[in-house]
Design a protein. Structure first.
Ligand code: PEP
Ligand code: MG
Length: 588
């Protein structure tokens, strides 16, 4: 054992990793809020703020010169807009008032004025003004970083293969992980379908979250082992553990290797039911590897990651370029672009989406945010239509977090208006098929009615489980209650599939359940015939489908009618896997 320490958490990405740790601490902007008292303090704060403003403006000018950017549009235009915001008289006056009249320190003044100012711009009803709100957010972030002397770019400064250990990782930090060197991730916090979790799964490396105080016990360079299946992290593993994990790793390696070799073959159950596999992607580059993993196209492009990666709204031109390039690469294979799903745990690096709400997952998230900030939404719709026109193909456009029919109707209206205005300018575009994420119980319960207004359903079981069970998908403290196999969730999935079939529209599942062999059997039994998941997960789930007769999986329908717990459903699915694919069961 020699000093080995074991930490139990939630396995969020399967597999085994053994490597030295890199302990990451995020450079969070913890705003110092202070009420000014002493005489002259306000002058001092005002002068700090002016210095920060000058140095921010200098930085922006330097970037413009260094990159030789045109200032009329694109990146250069954005930076120019930042400079203008820094010089905006009303903005400066409000900052001054916060310090001199309200007696607040510089950081507090900036965050207060920026969120007020951005909210005012967004609700102005004037599209041009509303577009400037994002600039205000960005400028505020730059000012705060300068005031506090912080560089908030995530720093993963290490050589060689490492397991990243941290308290928590935001989606943007997870995006910044150096994929060529990180072999595993261990976090104190987070649940199985937090966005950090699904990004790690997309990289295809083992991860364990919800490990309590693990990151404070580990130092960079310490040997760490992760068992992503069992949800265990071991500090300084002894010879016994190392041997056990190595043999697990070898068995998984052989199985995955065999499944990868067959990845391109169709997935048909022994009794002849065919299942289609699509990929969930987070950026343009992910498309290249899809075919090799056995994916027939893209079932979910989480476009908000473009925004998160850049830390600000993505210009229409850039979006159109990305969607067009991806559509070209995919040819006539399916391509579903999901509208920006911002909010919840996905913020765009500033304070304006839901961050100040008590329950951001129940707040101004996804389609609610987009319909409140139509300028962002219209930019995305225009970019999608431009990609359709440039490639001459029909794309799929998915609306996230729909809870009310009006959200579908309004989106369709915006698409029509945009297409009409393109037509008036001589650009004929093919309107995308419009689909909705069924991920709020209201949408699942009203699926038959909603099906009349859209072209397909994409079932988001990550959120559907969270909202049905009232369990935060990101929280480690209620992680054991987060059970996508709960019969209540499964009944909603089944009802949605039935409604889609009755209305003859397409239906797929793109939540993380689809990527787990055990849960995939259950979904197959409930009638799901299209799965979308991280490309790395496709080969093993395809192999599972090839082994398990549909007639066996379909017995789950009776189980969920009689069963009251997720454990009963899990027991059933384990029994099926034990009979038809025991070596896959050992990896679940
Ligand atoms: C889901 O909720 O299942 C889903 C696929 O969307 P996301 O995980 O991005 O919220
Ligand atoms: Mg979702």
């Amino acid at each position: 054992m020699d000093g080995e320490e074991r930490f139990e958490g939630v396995g969020v990405s399967p597999g085994v990793a053994m490597a030295p740790a890199f302990v990451y601490r995020s450079a969070e902007l913890r705003l110092p809020r202070r009420t000014l008292g002493a005489p002259g303090e306000a002058e001092g704060e005002w002068s700090r703020l002016r210095d920060a403003r000058d140095s921010t403006a200098r930085d922006i000018r330097r970037t413009l010169v260094a990159l030789d950017l045109e200032t009329s549009g694109g990146e250069g235009g954005i930076l120019e807009a930042h400079l203008m915001a820094l010089e905006d008289e009303l903005f400066i006056k409000e900052l001054r008032d916060e310090i001199f009249k309200m007696g607040r320190n510089a950081e507090w003044a900036v965050s207060e004025v920026a969120s007020r100012y951005a909210a005012k711009l967004r609700s102005s009803g004037n599209e041009l003004l509303a577009e400037r709100a994002g600039d205000i957010d960005d400028v505020a972030r730059r000012l705060l970083q300068s005031l506090m002397g912080v560089d908030s770019t995530p720093q993963f400064s290490f050589e060689g293969r490492r397991i990243v250990v941290a308290g928590n990782l935001s989606p943007s930090e997870t995006l910044a992980l150096p994929r060529d060197r990180v072999v595993g991730v261990a976090l104190d916090r987070g649940g199985a379908t937090s966005h950090a979790a699904l990004l790690v799964r997309a990289i295809g490396i083992p991860a364990v979250f919800g490990l309590g105080n693990f990151s404070s016990r580990v130092r960079s360079g310490d040997e760490v082992a992760l068992d992503g299946n069992g949800g265990v992290a071991i500090l300084s593993p002894g010879a016994g553990e190392t041997g056990r994990l190595r043999s697990m790793e070898a068995e998984r390696g052989n199985l995955v290797e065999m499944a990868r070799r067959r990845a391109a073959e169709p997935a048909v159950t022994p009794d002849g039911v065919e299942v289609a596999f699509l990929a969930n992607v987070e950026n343009e580059g992910d498309v290249a590897g899809i075919a090799a993993s056995g994916g027939a196209g893209v079932g979910l492009f989480r476009t908000e990651y473009l925004w998160l990666a850049e830390g600000r709204p993505v210009a229409e031109e850039r979006q159109a370029e990305i969607y067009t390039a991806m559509a070209r690469e995919l040819g006539d294979r399916p391509f579903a672009i999901r509208a920006f799903d911002l909010g919840g745990d996905k913020f765009h690096g500033s304070a304006s989406v839901g961050e100040h709400e008590a329950n951001p997952f129940l707040g101004l998230r996804s389609i609610r945010f987009l319909l409140r900030n139509e300028n962002f939404f219209k930019t995305q719709i225009r970019a999608v239509l431009r990609a359709g026109a440039a490639t001459g193909r029909r794309l799929d456009f998915t609306i996230p977090m729909v809870s009310d029919m009006s959200e579908i109707v309004k989106t369709r209206e915006l698409i029509r208006e945009t297409a009409d205005s393109f037509a008036r300018h001589g650009v004929e575009c093919i309107e995308p098929r419009l689909g909705i994420m069924v991920e709020v119980p209201a949408a699942a319960v009203s699926a038959a009615a909603f099906a009349r207004h859209c072209d397909y359903f994409s079932i988001g079981t990550n959120d559907l489980a969270q909202y049905t069970l009232a369990v935060d998908r990101c929280s480690e403290s209620v992680a054991t209650l987060y059970q996508p196999l709960h019969p209540a969730v499964l009944r909603l999935v089944r009802g949605t599939v039935e409604a889609a079939c009755a209305a003859s529209i397409g239906v797929s599942v793109c939540g993380e359940m689809a990527a787990d062999p055990l849960s995939a059997i259950v979904l197959l039994g409930l009638g799901v015939r299209t799965f979308s998941m991280a490309p790395a997960a496709i080969p093993l789930v395809k192999e599972t489908v090839r082994r398990v007769p549909h007639s066996e999986a379909a017995r789950v329908v009776q189980i969920i009618e009689g069963a009251a717990t997720a454990a009963q459903v899990r027991h059933f699915a384990r029994g099926v896997l034990a009979r038809f694919a025991p070596e896959i069961l050992r990896q679940c």
